[in-house]
Design a protein around this ligand. Structure first.
Ligand SMILES: [Zn+2]
Length: 281
């Protein structure tokens, strides 16, 4: 089972490296931590690509931990592990150029999928699965960059034999009082709409409060690492709570995260992956 306390500890482990934005010292150390955490996969692959940030060429790196499975489907579960270089939602101007610590934004999805990696190594009945940790997600509107640079590169390089049948992207799922949003872009692609609906219905059937849509405005237009997959015609769903109060501030710290939230996401993933009752896209 996915252990929420261990997942929370993995957030602290990432925080000990400092901010992990592309080109930082913590970013390089994060690569070593991911290699250690993902060592139990059947195969670990790294996709490198160069990008220029403020005139400097930097090598970015997506990680893919693959498991062969017994079910006749290939799934991709993804998250970004990089953190945002600027806390540009800070009210105080002097804080806006400080890096985001990224406990939740970058840290929580990485923690959950690293936990899942260990769990998968113990399971037999499972779909063929790629756990993908994307780089360079969090540069949108900084240095003229778009969001999700790593996920875009990943989709561009997809080969027929690694093309997933469905995709689930996880980001910012560790905050207190987690309440997920629905990206209404899924309405533009019937299989993504069906898969998103199925994921939320699964969570509802499990009685998980975070999928109950009980917030004033849960339906939003969101762009994240799932977008390039949906654009490529692959059924995708997104798990995110964009109303995290510490989003893109220097207060995105472990104290703002909660094992109870991580536990709900863990239960949802286990139900989707291991019960054999996953909704069709
Ligand atoms: Zn972000």
């Amino acid at each position: 089972m996915i252990d929420p306390q261990r997942a929370l500890q993995r957030i602290y482990d990432q925080m000990a490296l400092g901010p992990r934005y592309v080109g930082s010292a913590g970013h390089a150390q994060m690569h070593a931590l991911l290699r250690r955490w993902l060592a139990g996969a059947d195969e670990l692959a790294e996709q490198c690509f160069d990008e220029r940030f403020f005139g400097q060429r930097v090598t970015c790196r997506n990680f893919r931990a693959s498991f062969s499975g017994t079910l006749n489907e290939r799934w991709l579960l993804g998250t970004h592990y990089d953190t945002r270089p600027w806390a540009d939602r800070e009210f105080d101007l002097s804080a806006q150029k400080l890096p985001v610590p990224g406990a939740n934004d970058g840290g929580s999805g990485t923690a959950i999928l690293a936990e899942l990696c260990e769990e998968l190594a113990k399971r037999r009945e499972r779909p063929t699965l790629d756990l993908v940790f994307f780089d360079a997600e969090d540069w949108h509107e900084i240095d003229g960059k778009e969001v999700s640079l790593g996920a875009r590169r990943y989709v561009e390089a997809l080969a027929e034999d690694t093309r997933p049948d469905r995709v689930l992207i996880i980001d910012m799922v560790g905050g207190h009082d987690l309440m997920l949003d629905v990206d209404v872009n899924c309405q533009l692609h019937e299989p993504s709409f069906g898969w998103t609906l199925g994921v939320f219905q699964t969570g509802h059937a499990l009685g998980l409060p975070c999928l109950s849509l009980k917030k004033p405005h849960p339906y939003k237009w969101l762009g994240c690492d799932h977008t390039p997959f949906q654009m490529a015609g692959i059924p995708t769903a997104l798990l995110i709570d964009i109303d995290y109060p510490e989003w893109h501030t220097v207060r995105d710290l472990p104290e703002a995260c909660d094992a109870a939230s991580l536990q709900q996401i863990g239960k949802l993933l286990e139900a989707l992956l291991f019960t054999g009752r996953s909704p069709a896209p």
